[in-house]
Ligand binder design. Structure first.
Ligand SMILES: [Zn+2]
Length: 414
């Protein structure tokens, strides 16, 4: 069995503790041992990687992006529903882009072609194509994936579950309120009654599937929280009662604020209004959502909600590959502690993937999804958006991006 020992690393282990100097030993697909300096690990039969003080941390985990949306950071595209034969390649490119940027897992925020997403998941899992480990999602629109159709009757919902079980998805996505994000006039609309949502979550559990929901408004969040939805997305307009309902679910629910897409929406609106904030504010939902996040995010944190990152990446103005920007936004705009924000992308990430006993931490027994970052991720969390600073990417013990030592500078200044 292949073994690697990383020495001279600063270990961010995913628990929210500050990084510490130490060593990590990997055998096969798993982390076998972690030591804190001055303790040393056995080197027998192992390849040694002296990382020169780089940060060693868990692979990043996105909790809400769209592999089926076709804009990647180096390939911005406007059409939303390409023909199948092109869509397939765009998704391959998205998967490769995600892992190139250090994301070794993704819990999908919704598919437009669920069967394609399942096939990609299986190909990655079997090692035929590069990409993050995928939890594949259902359609995120109507039963049939029809656009501009949001409501679902009880009978349609049951058919939807049967179809998605047959397709083999890992998660069912419901748009409980609104017509997506772009149409503020409909944000408050509720698309399913409680009986329907409860039956969907019951059947999902019975079939070993997760559930997630688009919930912008207090009404939507309450419905999702009461009816057992496992992952509540967005949640920016939560009121006190909605917050209490989430609290009452305890460990049983995730909250996925999607700051990345709203930040990008605000940025775009400002650009279009030539920097005139008043004008941009009139037109863009992104402003209202960011303002709302300033009110609710401190509350989410105070109540200890299980937060995840995943800013709805895949749109032309918010492409796949920029996913780590969520972390910088949480720290710089919302004042989160960087070591804590990183737990949303690591420890809580493993949890949302349904793998909390073996994914998201640097800990003996955990899968060796490991990044070596040439820099201090706590002092500069933005560094995670720079793929050139990722000196190694390991996924289940395989070096996807082989280790590259820091290049010696002509004037190696300390
Ligand atoms: Zn989304």
């Amino acid at each position: 069995m292949s073994a690697t020992v990383f020495t001279n690393v600063s270990i961010y282990d995913g628990t929210g503790s500050k990084p510490f100097p130490g060593e990590v030993r990997v055998e096969g697909k798993r982390i076998i041992a972690v030591a804190k300096t001055p303790e040393k690990l056995p080197r027998d039969g192992a390849r040694l990687i002296d990382a020169g003080g780089m940060t060693l941390m868990p692979g990043l985990i996105d909790g809400h992006s769209h592999l089926c949306f076709i804009s990647a950071i180096d390939r911005i595209q406007k059409d939303e529903m390409p023909p199948m034969e092109r869509h397939f390649y765009y998704m391959l490119h998205n998967a490769k882009t995600l892992i190139d940027y250090g994301f070794t897992s993704i819990y999908s925020g919704g598919a437009v072609r669920p069967a394609l997403e399942c096939a990609l998941r299986d190909e990655v899992k079997a090692g035929w194509v590069p990409g993050p480990r995928i939890k594949a999602s259902s359609f995120e629109r109507s039963v049939s994936g029809e656009r501009n159709k949001w409501e679902m009757s009880y009978d349609e919902a049951l058919q939807f579950v049967r179809d998605m079980v047959d397709t083999g998805v890992d998660s069912l996505k419901l748009v409980i309120d609104g017509h997506g994000a772009r149409n503020p006039a409909h944000w408050e609309d509720l698309n399913y009654d409680e009986k329907t949502i409860s039956e969907i979550t019951r059947q999902a559990r019975e079939n070993g599937m997760s559930t997630s929901a688009h919930t912008f408004t207090a009404g939507g969040i309450k419905r999702g929280a009461r009816c057992g939805i496992r992952v509540l997305y967005h949640c920016q307009f939560a009121d006190e009662e909605a917050l209490d309902l989430i609290s009452a679910r305890g460990d049983d629910v995730f909250v996925g604020p999607t700051v990345g897409v709203s930040y990008a929406g605000r940025e775009e609106a400002l650009k279009r209004a030539n920097g005139n904030e008043e004008e941009a504010r009139q037109k863009a939902g992104g402003f209202r959502i960011m303002d709302a996040y300033h009110k609710v995010l401190p509350e989410f944190r105070k109540r200890g909600f299980k937060l995840t990152i995943g800013g709805d990446y895949g749109f032309p103005f918010n492409p796949i590959g920029r996913n780590a920007r969520d972390l910088e936004i949480l720290v710089k705009e919302f004042g989160f502690d960087p070591a804590e924000a990183l737990t949303y992308a690591t420890k809580n990430g493993g949890d949302i993937m349904g793998m909390k006993e073996e994914l998201g931490l640097i800990k003996p027994g955990y899968l060796a999804d490991i990044l070596l970052v040439d820099g201090d991720v706590i002092a500069d969390i933005g560094i995670l958006q720079n793929k050139d600073k990722l000196a190694m990417i390991m996924q289940e013990g395989k070096e996807y991006k082989p280790f590259r030592a820091r290049q010696a500078l002509p004037m190696a200044a300390e």
